[in-house]
Design a protein around this ligand. Sequence first.
Ligand code: BES
Ligand code: MN
Ligand code: ZN
Length: 491
Amino acid sequence: MNLSLATTPANATSCDVLVLTAMPKGRGVTLMTHGVTAAQQSKILAALATLGATGKAGEVSKLGAMSGLKAKAVIVVGTGDSQKIGDAETYRQAIGSAVRACVGSRKVAVVADRDNAAEAALAAGLAAYDFRAFKSAPGKAPAPPAIVTIIVPAAQAESVRSKVSQVQPVVKAVHLARDLVNTPPNALFPADLAAAAKSAVAGQPVKVTVWDEKALKRDGCGGILAVGQGSSHPPRLVKLEYAPAGATAHLALVGKGITFDTGGISIKPAAGMDEMKGDMGGAAAVICAVKAIAELSLPLRVTGWVPTAENMPSGDAQRPGDVITMFDGTTVEVLNTDAEGRLVLADALGMAVKEHPDMLIDVATLTGAARVALGSRIAGVMSNDDSARSQVCAAAELVGEPSWPMPLPADLRPSLDSATADIANIGDRFGGMLSAGVFLQHFIPKGQAWVHIDIAGPSWNDKAAYGYTPKGGTGAAVRTFVQVANDLAAR
Ligand code: BES
Ligand code: MN
Ligand code: ZN
């Protein structure tokens, strides 16, 4: 998908679909456009009035070709008052709905201005996505737009050009994260995820190190090995290092990479198990965030850690009751093999903290309880540091990835006590999202700022597409990480 900026007047732009926005005004709408004559505008407004358009956010009106306009069709999308009150997310969702309505059209132009050109580009880019790699005839179904042009008045182009040019790397990264999540589990084993990480950052100044099962054993990564031991596709740990000269701030990211989670011997029910191909959504977010940050040449050091394994039941699988030794020496009694994410994360966190990053963030499709508590669109954010947690939530809010602060109650810690080992891998069932966080906290030394994001809800959209979000993998957390990196770099 190609994103660009243009200053050709809207009515002279050759494209399949010209997207205009409208806001509510009186009983009808007011059109937000430039480069269209007054007569053309009245014609469009008359058509909208006939259709009963109200301008409410996300309302898509498909108009045909209009004489005097070079576009083959016109779509007008309502943005509500978002353009007046500066509600960027509502505006982005509206543009997303319009661009999704353009499926089957190759070239789409969106009319914007200096205040919203970058948001229009981002939303259009994110919306122009589908996943067809595994269709036998991928050319058959109508495709999302391949060329998206943002039209701004000529006098404003220079003021937005650099902001708009920063959008494409982010869009590409989110698309890749969605692709990785959507890829079937028989096409993405741990070694494939490691290879995908390498190819994601190929050509960028990012050093990639992969631990195979031998190296994991050598280095004492007992959690990653235990989770992976039931699978004939062995586990991996991937480290991505971006360290531009002169960087001062250091951000470390850790992402859960379970390529398929059957639950292991504590096996999951059959219904919906296929969704567990998305149990590497955290890993996808980390890989793709590092990719975007490197492509944007952001001036900070970023280290990504991706522990990846397939959680399978077999004669070699770990059993409930097994005691394993993690990278930092902690012994863990595995009371439930389906609480595997925290085991692979514990090793990677143990490694990450040895570098003392300024901020350490892990992201994981960790608990069903997170979905129960917050629904499928909101991530739960836990931390040992109130200001770090607020920083992450603020970044998420800014980019339109909904999140909510959650506590790490100290009183849940005893529920993780084990009679046999240092700690058990499951605690209180009530507050399951929180006891998972409290387990992870065991591996974070005092003084290390750490944030844990549970994306079990927002990583996967099991309902219809909405706004700029497709069905299936959403690429959740990539844009939050890019924003956090921008914030840390600017500090
Ligand atoms: N990957 C799952 C969590 C999950 C569930 C993510 C649904 C997305 C959608 C995780 O590994 C898991 O199985 N968690 C258990 C923990 C329990 C055994 C303490 C859960 O949530 O049931
Ligand atoms: Mn599990
Ligand atoms: Zn899992």
